[in-house]
Design a binder for this molecule. Structure first.
Ligand SMILES: [Cu+2]
Length: 316
């Protein structure tokens, strides 16, 4: 299943991405100008000073202080100019090392992203793979890893940053447009590295508050008989060891929190759409969807799958 993704640095949607874009274009233009100058001079010299049939070999020239000073100073100045703009961009896109408590913690796992928003009351709103942010506000994001090195990159919104085990890193995350932006893991991290997408939904402050408060609330307890049978299956299989469903199970995060699974647009970090048929496909064989996925196949029968997906779809 290919989902529409067109992340690109060429439509920057934040001041940070804009600054990276401007730097890229500036350096490309400068390098193009140097290329044209050098190739132009060589071409000119080749044509203008071409040897005729009986021209004797030219006299060798040893040393020319003016020329040598110029071709040392020229590149030096060009690099100083590039460095100036580069340092300016770096200062804009990366928070200073002591920026304090993050607004958002993202933990890279093989092959999904754990997302935690610390709340004012000391608790946390926990979700996975889909980040929501209020538009026009600079968010301090702290990136961690639960296993190997991953790399968080949402090209429309900013720089790349590595998720290194034992070494939290911080970046600014910001969008000046309302919309959904796709990103991915940009450091090879194992078999399903290519299916480790990130979605960033930038929305109004009010919508964001509603969404985050909802993520912090406990799961909806299913009422229908089918969904309750699904909940029983969820409890009696080992699902509860790996998946947190707030109010039902409190597993450590081996797999994504499923508390509000049904509210996500995609499943398993962008590899599937969040529909009942895709959910059933995932539960029947995680390995077929994401090679190496750290979730076992349970060999459910058709009616068990129906019950389980009905339960999971209640988790709005
Ligand atoms: Cu990764």
């Amino acid at each position: 299943v290919a989902l529409e993704i067109n992340p690109s640095i060429f439509h920057p949607s934040s001041p940070e991405a804009q600054s990276i874009f401007d730097l890229t274009i500036g350096v490309v233009l400068l390098c193009a100008a140097i290329l044209i100058l050098v190739v132009g001079l060589i071409t000119f010299a080749c044509i203008k000073f071409r040897g005729k049939k009986d021209t004797p070999d030219p006299k060798p020239v040893y040393g020319n202080t003016l020329l040598e000073s110029l071709w040392t100073a020229g590149p030096f100045l060009a690099l100083v100019v590039v460095m100036f703009f580069m340092v300016r961009t770096m200062m804009l896109v990366s928070p200073p090392s002591s920026s304090g408590k993050p607004d958002l913690v993202v933990v890279g796992h093989q092959w999904w992203w754990e997302i935690r928003y610390p709340l004012a009351n000391g608790s946390e709103a926990v979700t996975a793979n889909e980040i929501h942010i209020p538009v026009g506000k600079r968010i301090l994001l702290e990136l961690r890893s639960a296993d190997v090195i991953h790399d968080f990159w949402v090209p429309d919104l900013g720089r790349k940053i590595d998720a290194i085990p034992g070494q939290p890193n911080q970046i600014w995350l910001e969008s000046d447009k309302i919309g959904t932006f796709t990103g991915f893991c940009a450091e090879f991290c194992g078999a399903s590295h290519a299916w480790m997408q990130i979605r960033v939904v930038a929305e109004s402050e009010a919508d964001f508050q509603i969404w985050r408060d909802h993520q912090a609330s406990p799961a909806i307890i299913p009422q229908s008989a089918t969904a309750q049978r699904g909940l029983e299956l969820f409890r009696s299989n080992t699902c509860v060891n790996c998946h947190e469903v707030s109010g039902i199970s409190t597993a450590i995060q081996i797999g994504p929190s499923l508390t509000h699974l049904a509210g996500r647009e995609t499943l398993v970090a962008g590899a599937l759409r969040n529909t009942s048929s895709d959910l059933a496909r995932w539960l029947s064989g995680p390995e077929q969807i994401k090679p190496g996925a750290h979730m076992p196949a349970f060999g459910f029968k058709k009616d068990e799958l129906d019950d389980l997906t009905t339960f999971l779809e209640v988790l709005k």
